[in-house]
Design a protein around this ligand. Structure first.
Ligand code: 0RQ
Length: 502
């Protein structure tokens, strides 16, 4: 393992996970690496959870505040949540145990734009960071760090934390070295300068993370895989949604609003975005770029066949088969993939400059184009806003996609008024369900409503929604964005009361 820890001083700080976890005290704010199940610490959080379980069983109330890049995995989020070890969690999460506690009201969750996390930390909004626990792929002789399979907020955590615990994970390919681009030019207002990135493949930083070795209090060696969930083939709904998106992009090229190379693509994770990328691969596109957050299996294939020329992200989210493909051809991918801090991958200045095409999932949209990505029936968190807001507000195009119904048809994905707003009518340009696509650009509210009802709503719900809109157009207090306020959220209430919006 010593070839992974080349700095003699840091080598002397090798500790077991239990010893390292013992350095974390109740009430501390602990910043951890990790983004969409990649590059998160795997040993220290589990050892900490085991310790917390003992203390908490004896009535000790051992809880910490946990900041990450985005979602992690059962070894971190799951382990700490199950022992009631977190009092606060931010930002994006997708762990069932964490979700359960948030919705039970026993865990506070701050759901903020992923691009905001680093700067809000620098601004002091989250208080002092006591300890950072960061997974790396290796440590150079001079103490610089080879980043792991995600970058996330690690640069900020390493700079802002009082103390640092490093997990050096031998499982991460040594060949990751050189793929990252860590930009150290960010400053605080009023001293900020333009970020000198004008193409998705520009390298503006350095391949290593810096850390002051004097802050490091423990180095833990691990050999454990990332979460890497298996890849499931797109289902029929996702394929139809992807079909509408691809037809739309082709139409935009014909209209001269996009070229054959499109513009840098951003896409959320999951079934629908996999289907969109698979469709791009079959659509004869060549030389596309991605400026996004997460690299999934499908993108590796597109890099291989030339559909994608390069991809910029902050993290990998690969299946075991994807990791094998990556490891087989690591030199090839190293030339074509750049991993950046999430404050750069999601930076509004850069997304606006590059003109990204943002494609994200949603829970529901309303007839006027407001989008809810995070809450069921207005109050139960699903995951979080993630990076969808960074890209939707600042992209050249912002597309939101979902099935027209959920839970076997008992819920309509298009409702009179969303029960929670993440992306306002000013940010959502295109809505897509398997029923069809509504291009809302350049339309006034009532025009948008007519199009959404005609194109996106499931036939089971279309007459109900048309009826709501017609009555609202007559009886609404104002006729600009007609609503019947006593009725606007009645669909959600009916679902809560009866289990169905019908
Ligand atoms: O529930 O898991 O119990 O079956 O929501 O829905 O259809 O599987 O879709 O996995 O793409 O998730 C918005 C959550 C969609 C996701 C959201 C239920 C449905 C299912 C999941 P089950 P699907 P997806 C980059 C970008 C915000 C963050 C983001 C998301 C579950 O896309 O988290 O975009 N987005 N980040 O049954 C009740 C409805 C529902 C509903 C779906 N209307 N009412 N339940 N569901 N619609 C990545 C990062 O930023 C890190």
């Amino acid at each position: 393992m010593n070839e992974r820890i080349r700095h003699p001083g840091l080598r002397n700080l090798r500790r077991t996970a239990t010893e390292a976890a013992a350095l974390i005290q109740p009430g501390m704010t602990v910043a951890m690496s990790g983004f969409t199940g990649a590059g998160y610490p795997k040993a220290v959080p589990q050892a900490l959870a085991a310790h917390m379980e003992q203390v908490n069983a004896a009535g000790g109330g051992f809880r910490i505040r946990v900041l990450t890049g985005a979602s992690t995995a059962p070894e971190l989020d799951g382990a700490l949540a199950r022992v009631e070890g977190m009092e606060l969690r931010l930002p994006y999460q997708s762990d069932p145990a964490v979700r359960e506690r948030i919705n039970a009201g026993t865990l506070d969750y701050i759901d903020i734009h992923l691009s905001h996390v680093a700067q809000h930390t620098w601004f002091g909004f989250f208080g002092n960071i006591d300890v950072a626990v960061i997974e790396v792929a290796g440590i150079l002789e001079d103490g610089r760090l080879i980043p792991s399979s995600s970058v996330g907020n690690n640069k900020t955590w390493l700079e802002r934390a009082d103390k640092v615990i490093l997990e050096v994970n031998r499982w991460q390919p040594a060949a990751l070295e050189g793929m990252h681009d860590i930009y150290y030019g960010t400053a605080l207002p009023p001293d900020r300068k333009p970020i000198p990135l004008v193409r998705p493949d520009d390298r503006i930083g350095e391949p290593w993370l810096r850390v002051d070795p004097a802050k490091v209090i423990a180095v833990v060696e691990t050999d454990a895989p990332d979460r890497n969930s298996p890849f499931s083939a797109p289902d029929a709904t996702s394929e139809r949604i992807a079909g509408h998106v691809l037809e739309f992009l082709a139409h935009e090229i014909k209209r001269g609003r996009l070229t054959d190379n499109l513009l840098p693509l951003q896409s959320g994770v999951g079934n629908i975005s996999n289907a969109v990328f698979a469709g791009l691969g079959k659509g004869g596109y060549q030389g596309l770029t991605a400026y996004t957050e997460v690299i999934q299996d499908g993108m590796l294939q597109l890099l291989k066949d030339g559909t994608l020329r390069m991809a910029s992200a902050t993290s990998f989210s690969l299946s075991p088969a994807g990791i094998e493909a990556f490891n087989r051809d690591v030199e090839f991918y190293r030339e074509r993939i750049v991993l950046r801090p999430q404050e750069i991958s999601n930076h509004p200045e850069l997304i606006r400059r590059l003109g990204c095409i943002a494609m994200n999932g949603m829970i529901e949209a309303d007839i006027y184009g407001n989008v809810n990505s995070t809450h069921i029936a207005g109050s139960r968190i699903m995951n979080g806003i993630g990076g969808s807001g960074d890209f939707a507000r600042n992209g050249y195009l912002s597309i939101f996609m979902a099935g027209s119904t959920a839970k076997n048809g008992s819920i309509s994905g298009i409702v009179p008024m969303v029960s929670h707003v993440d992306h306002t009518e000013h940010d959502a340009m295109v809505l897509v369900t398997e029923q069809g696509l509504a291009d809302l650009r350049g339309l006034a509210p009532k025009q948008r409503a007519r199009l959404v009802i005609a194109n996106c709503v499931h036939p089971d719900y279309r007459p109900m929604l048309q009826d709501y809109f017609d009555r609202a157009c007559h009886a609404s207090y104002g006729k600009h964005t007609p609503h019947l306020l006593g009725e606007a959220l009645s669909w959600h209430q009916r679902f809560i009361d009866t289990g169905s919006m019908r």
